[in-house]
Design a protein around this ligand. Structure first.
Ligand SMILES: CC(C)(COP(=O)(O)OP(=O)(O)OC[C@H]1O[C@@H](n2cnc3c(N)ncnc32)[C@H](O)[C@@H]1OP(=O)(O)O)[C@@H](O)C(=O)NCCC(=O)NCCS
Length: 148
């Protein structure tokens, strides 16, 4: 079994390691600290046997909107529902924060992530050309949250 909880400062290094191993974008360590300091409610980790095996980070973009900036699960632990549990818990947390809609960007060739987000009620609302530094295009996906 795994546990989902809010990130703590000591989790940041293992989170950076997962991001480095699994995400094409390169972020400096300060970026993770800034996410943690500015909106800790939107930074969750999945933990198993005291090991960080996945994480999700979101930021508030307005009083009522948030954006998922990163979501990743360690390769050895995928397809076991961990990404889904992280996302579901994140969306619950956003509802508690009075957030009404959540957006994210995803590479248009990241079929796994697109399928994953669609399964969780996100729709593609826009394509942004050359969104990434590599020149790749992004889909913007959005989900409206049910109000309490
Ligand atoms: C996207 C990601 C977070 C999914 O995490 P996960 O823990 O493996 O996902 P889950 O086990 O909760 O899967 C939920 C659903 O997503 C879809 N999915 C997940 N992995 C898939 C795969 N390899 N192929 C096809 N569909 C997949 C399926 O619909 C799955 O439901 P199912 O198990 O009933 O078929 C993970 O693949 C990952 O870390 N990818 C690399 C980073 C990334 O692309 N992040 C998102 C962009 S920021």
């Amino acid at each position: 079994m795994f546990e989902i909880r809010h990130v703590q400062p000591e989790d940041i290094f293992p989170v950076i390691k997962i991001a480095f191993e699994t995400l094409p974008e390169r972020y400096s360590p300060e970026v993770f600290n800034r996410f943690y300091e500015s909106f800790p409610e939107g930074f969750l980790i999945a933990e198993k046997h005291h090991k960080v095996i996945g994480f999700i980070v979101g930021i508030k973009t307005s009083n009522e909107a948030a954006r998922i900036t990163m979501l990743s699960v360690n390769k050895n632990y995928r397809k076991k529902g961990i990404g889904s549990t992280l996302l579901t818990q994140f969306l619950k947390e956003m509802t508690l924060q009075n957030i009404k809609q959540v957006e994210l960007e995803v590479r248009i060739n990241n079929d796994v992530a697109i399928k994953f987000y669609k399964k969780h009620g996100f729709d593609i609302i826009e394509t942004v050309s050359s969104f990434y530094q590599t020149g790749e295009d992004a889909y913007i996906m959005k989900r409206v949250l049910r109000t309490r």
